[in-house]
Design a binder for this molecule. Structure first.
Ligand SMILES: *Cc1c(COP(=O)(O)O)cnc(C)c1O
Length: 405
């Protein structure tokens, strides 16, 4: 008898985006003439710029030529790309990362989910609330969370992110071994200062814990005093793994390229207390279960770092940031308290009422779709997330419609 992994039965059905789609399609059926503006999208909308597309095409053409054809590449990624990452994303910003500490992959979603395979089954895990749902659900699948009772998994330690703490959590009261942090944050759009991040690094060092730092939105950080990487913080190399992605920063959500950085000093412990290199363990895992990102995609990604590529991707991010600024300014002027929208593509709006009720009101009275905060965790109740991934016209239109409320 083929038995199943019963941990899957503990998953809360991922009803958020299906429930949104259902409510939008019902509304559209009932009101066929109305045009709906989608401000809930967690996906980029602008096409890949020319410098990247040219490199992509060139990579494809090389595959058609006997003298430049590529078969399997290195599982960890081609050196040409790992070198660029180490140089441009880290060394030039004062963070020490070597090319062989960079693991190129097909997504930060997969990496943040897969990384826990190298940790023990009974570690204690701290997760922010509200949160990117992948961190929670992948731990449920791995059997680390216990049952869901009243919307919370019994064995997870929830770190509440609220207006009171500026959406940067306090240290958990109980001892934890693994800590998820994401800044600039999805869904709140909040950022973390170097001082705050340093306290988390110190905390991890004192507790022999590990921080999983998701920096998928680092390109949106324009305030030079804010960290773009946890490795800008002293001591982080021993206690942190960083996840990055080209999805939101360079428009690669459909192209697929990302990377994970595990410094060689980063250690885990066996039950006897002996230290083991997490870099070596992930290298073993990655090379065993992954066969690398396709060559043309890595060539396209390399072009992100060329002078022209930088100019073009920065211009796209600037456009989203301007959208975010407009949303934040307008929603604030309508009397809503907002977080994010600066150094982030997301605006987290305090609706002062039930987040689904507010969602329905925006949909039926303004024909604007947002994401109800409740879908990201208990602490998201009373909030909505508005995304800046849209055209300028749609953003301005949506804000004009909401002004009439
Ligand atoms: C979009 C996003 C990612 C990126 O995932 P990919 O698999 O690289 O597309 C990672 N983390 C968060 C929090 C995100 O919102």
């Amino acid at each position: 008898m083929i038995r199943i992994n019963e941990n899957y039965l503990k998953l809360k059905s991922s009803y958020l985006f299906s429930e949104i789609a259902k409510r939008v399609s019902e509304y559209q059926k009932a009101n066929p003439g109305e045009s709906v503006i989608r401000m809930g999208i967690g996906d980029v909308t602008q096409p890949l710029p020319s410098a990247i597309i040219e490199a992509f095409h060139k990579g494809v053409d090389e595959m058609a030529d006997l003298s430049t054809f590529k078969g399997y590449g290195p599982e960890q990624g081609y050196d040409f790309l790992r070198e660029k990452v180490a140089e441009f994303d880290y060394r030039q910003r004062g963070a020490k990362v070597d090319a062989d500490e960079v693991f190129i992959s097909d997504g930060a979603k997969c990496d943040t989910g897969n990384i826990q395979e190298i940790f023990a089954g009974d570690i204690s895990i701290a997760i922010p609330d509200p949160v990117y749902p992948v961190y929670v659900d992948t731990n449920v699948m791995a059997g680390r969370t216990g049952e869901n009772v009243g919307g919370r998994y019994q064995k997870l330690v929830y770190m509440e992110c609220t207006a009171d703490n500026g959406f940067v959590p306090e240290f958990p009261k109980e001892k934890v071994d693994l800590i998820y942090l994401c800044y600039p944050n999805n869904p709140t759009g909040a950022t973390i200062t170097k001082e705050q991040l340093k306290r988390w690094v110190d905390y991890a060092r004192e507790n022999r814990a590990l921080i999983l730092y998701d920096a998928a939105y680092e390109a949106f950080v324009r305030d030079k005093t804010l960290p773009r990487s946890i490795f800008e913080i002293d001591g982080a190399r021993e206690v942190a793994i960083e996840f990055r992605s080209y999805s939101k920063t360079a428009g690669f959500t459909g192209t697929r390229c990302a990377f994970t950085v595990i410094p060689k000093e980063c250690m885990g412990y066996d039950s006897a207390g002996n230290r083991h290199s997490l870099h070596a363990m992930w290298n073993r895992r990655h090379t065993t279960k992954f066969n690398g990102v396709s060559y043309p995609v890595q060539k396209a990604t390399e072009a992100v770092y060329s002078a022209e590529g930088q100019k073009q991707v920065n211009a796209i991010v600037d456009g989203y940031l301007e959208n975010a600024r407009i949303v934040r300014e307008k929603m604030t002027s309508y009397g809503y308290q907002c977080t994010g929208g600066e150094n982030s593509p997301y605006i987290w709006v305090n609706t002062m009422r039930d987040s689904w009720e507010f969602f329905d009101m925006l949909l039926t009275r303004c024909q604007v779709v947002c994401t109800p905060g409740e879908g990201f965790g208990k602490c998201g109740e009373g909030y909505i997330r508005i995304s800046a991934f849209n055209s300028r016209d749609n953003v301005i239109n949506a804000m004009e419609r909401i002004a009439k409320l």
